[in-house]
Ligand binder design. Structure first.
Ligand SMILES: [Zn+2]
Length: 299
């Protein structure tokens, strides 16, 4: 797609399937505004009580951006096709923008691939928790006590996260909310009919009453696999995630960590898809805005 017009046409075909939809009233009849200088890519809703003007980028991550769509498309492609994503420095070089702009674009793309609905996992689900910077349960007791007493979900700039992986199904990664018992967080993400597999961390004790079954692997006794009872799949996903994020960003606020979790889960869950399909799915789901102010606001 060499220019703005061809990118716009492609985005229209992906988002609207040939029929412009008014973002104000959801009407699917609209007139194309012909004056290309003033109304580039603009439509006018045909609903008499609406009549508002709109374009295909309205309400998407591309809205109100001075960056041309073809540069945005390259950014989306690089970010979704590469296993580890693309860094803002690399993207800045590739498309000729400042590193700051590239950083913001990547955050908008993460906003676009954020799961639109919270699916409850089912069947066999492996659950594990980790710490951006190492497992909290491997930290010194005084650090753990300090974190739990003060309800911190990040210590020394490190943030905890919890992973849920349905075997042959979806992965979910959530920032660990230390204001809430870990058990409750598991219940919010996994159906009660599921069989749960975790390690022996005491925070999981008692979950057998809520779920169909709760199997544990005792890592302290060097027990890692007992037939189907293991947490190798979620640990494998964690190690990919850590190579992508934790290695590069040693200190992440909970807010930014969740954005990286979203980016990683999108790529992980679509890993069997072809790059072109993954790219188009990203365009179809490109709703969601993120302003620079929101992004840099203190959490
Ligand atoms: Zn309308």
């Amino acid at each position: 797609m060499p220019d703005e017009a061809s990118c716009r046409a492609h985005l229209e075909s992906q988002r609207w399937n040939g029929k412009p939809i008014c973002p104000y009233c959801n009407n699917d009849k609209a007139y194309k505004l012909k004056d290309m200088k003033t109304y580039k890519g603009m439509y006018k809703c045909a609903n008499k009580s609406c009549y508002k003007k709109f374009s295909v980028t309205m309400g998407t991550i591309f809205e109100d951006s001075k960056i041309p769509l073809n540069k945005w498309f390259i950014a989306v492609y690089l970010n979704t096709a590469h296993k580890k994503g693309v860094s803002s420095c690399q993207l800045a070089k590739n498309i000729g923008v400042s590193q700051r702009t590239a950083w913001f674009m990547l955050h908008r793309i993460r906003e676009g691939v954020k799961p639109k609905e919270d699916v409850m996992l089912d069947k066999i689900v492996e659950v594990d928790e980790s710490w951006a910077g190492g497992k909290i349960k491997n930290k010194h007791k005084s650090i753990r006590d300090h974190a739990h007493k003060n309800n911190l979900n990040h210590i020394d700039g490190r943030t905890g996260f919890v992973g849920y992986l349905q075997r042959e199904g979806e992965l979910k990664l959530k920032v660990w909310d230390l204001n809430k018992p870990l058990r409750d967080q598991v219940k919010e993400n996994v159906k009660p009919e599921a069989v749960l597999i975790t390690d022996g961390y005491p925070a999981y004790v008692g979950l057998d009453k809520h779920f169909e079954a709760h199997e544990t692997v005792n890592h302290k006794k060097d027990e890692y696999v007992r037939g189907q009872i293991h947490t190798n799949s979620i640990e494998g996903a964690f190690s990919h995630f850590k190579r992508m994020v934790v290695g590069t960003y040693h200190s992440l606020s909970p807010k930014h960590l969740q954005a990286y979790c979203n980016e990683f889960t999108f790529r992980f869950n679509s890993r069997k898809m072809k790059d072109a399909d993954r790219f188009n799915i990203t365009l179809q789901n490109c709703s969601g805005r993120l302003t620079y102010k929101d992004l840099t606001a203190k959490v």
